[in-house]
Design a protein around this ligand. Structure first.
Ligand code: ZN
Ligand code: ZN
Length: 341
């Protein structure tokens, strides 16, 4: 069942279910698929040979640890194999509610790195973004984490780095950087400005790059020293702010300032696909909804935030109740900036 939290009349008036803005993500660059409804699969005509003798439970146990590439290849053997793979509850939920996450993982070369389990977990363990309490309407494929729009466009750790960038910035040898797992971007247009990413561009999780740099140079302080030499903005920033550079602050600043103009890197969009939350207990699917008053906000990101009834109540408390289609900020409270550190 596909539903939104739209049973409530107040919510129906103040919110809307879909945003008519295209932020080009991986799913907008995947090859189009034929309409499944046009296909009707008859009963299997052939079996799967000796494997047919195995009891169903054992067959499940054999198929579950298969990586996504192997599993989908086996599924294509014949209709009986398809029937067996589709019978796996995790695969079934993924193909029913987040097929683009599966297609995306395979398209960016990560299909061999994941089984169904981590993707299923991202699909149904919680509606919350892995980095904040908002509804997370996307899956960051490099690590199979559920994320929200504001986090994946702003958080430093969710900006995938290209190998050359990692090597140049942290002065790491190619042989070391090449040991890190990476995704291979699908060529196309990405992000709010539809910027081009060439097919085959390698993208590595920023957290892995930073950890590699720290282990290679011995400490975060050593990494800071290296970066201070290569990028003069870094020491200048800390002199200007007069804030002692704590390890966490340095780590954030280095990745932030050195790799992109804030939040605009198309690399961020190449690693995510939209995904609803599948509540496996009730069998219902939730996509979150948007605040209609925030459509006119000067901050173009506010209207992209997805809500549940609970998080929307909190939103109204912070931004103010909606009157005549606009938020009326509570007395003495300034509109939050929505900036993420
Ligand atoms: Zn978030
Ligand atoms: Zn709002």
């Amino acid at each position: 069942m596909d539903t939104d939290w739209q049973d409530d009349e107040k919510l129906r008036k103040l919110t809307f279910p879909r945003l008519f803005i295209t932020d080009f993500t991986l799913e907008d660059n995947l090859a189009p698929i034929e309409n499944r409804d046009e296909f009707t699969y008859g009963a299997p005509q052939a079996d799967i040979g000796l494997l047919e003798r195995l009891p169903f439970d054992l067959m499940n146990n054999i198929l579950s640890p298969f990586d996504l590439v192997t599993l989908t290849a086996f599924r294509q053997v014949n209709r009986r194999a398809k029937e067996l793979v589709d019978g796996l509850f995790q695969f079934n939920a993924i193909i029913s509610y987040a097929p683009n996450a599966l297609r995306g993982l395979i398209a960016v070369g990560l299909g061999k790195s994941f089984t169904c389990a981590p993707l299923y977990k991202a699909l149904c363990s919680s509606f919350k973004c892995s980095f904040c309490d908002e509804f997370g309407g996307y899956i960051y494929l490099i690590t199979c984490e559920r994320v929200c729009f504001l986090c994946f466009t702003k958080r430093i750790v969710l900006q995938p780095m290209e190998p050359d960038q990692a090597r140049g910035l942290f002065r790491l040898p190619r042989s070391l950087v090449d040991t890190l797992p990476y995704m291979t971007a699908v060529g196309g247009r990405y992000g709010k400005n539809a910027e081009l990413i060439n097919a085959g561009t390698g993208l590595i999780d920023a957290r892995l790059v930073m950890d590699l740099a720290i282990s290679h140079w011995g400490s975060l302080e050593a990494v800071y020293a290296i970066l201070s030499e290569t990028d003069r903005r870094i020491p200048r920033y800390f002199l200007r702010t007069k804030v002692p550079p704590s390890p966490g602050r340095v780590r954030q600043f280095l990745l932030w300032e050195s790799t992109e103009v804030k939040g605009r890197s198309p690399n961020r969009f190449a690693a995510v696909v939209k995904a609803p939350w599948y509540d496996s207990e009730s069998g219902r699917v939730y996509r979150g909804f948007h605040c209609s008053a925030c459509l006119d906000s000067p901050n173009p990101n506010y209207c992209r935030i997805q809500f549940t009834p609970e998080t929307f109540e909190k939103h109204l408390k912070v931004f103010g109740e909606v009157r005549y289609g606009r938020h009326e900020p509570p007395d003495g409270v300034e509109e939050p900036t929505g900036e993420i550190e």
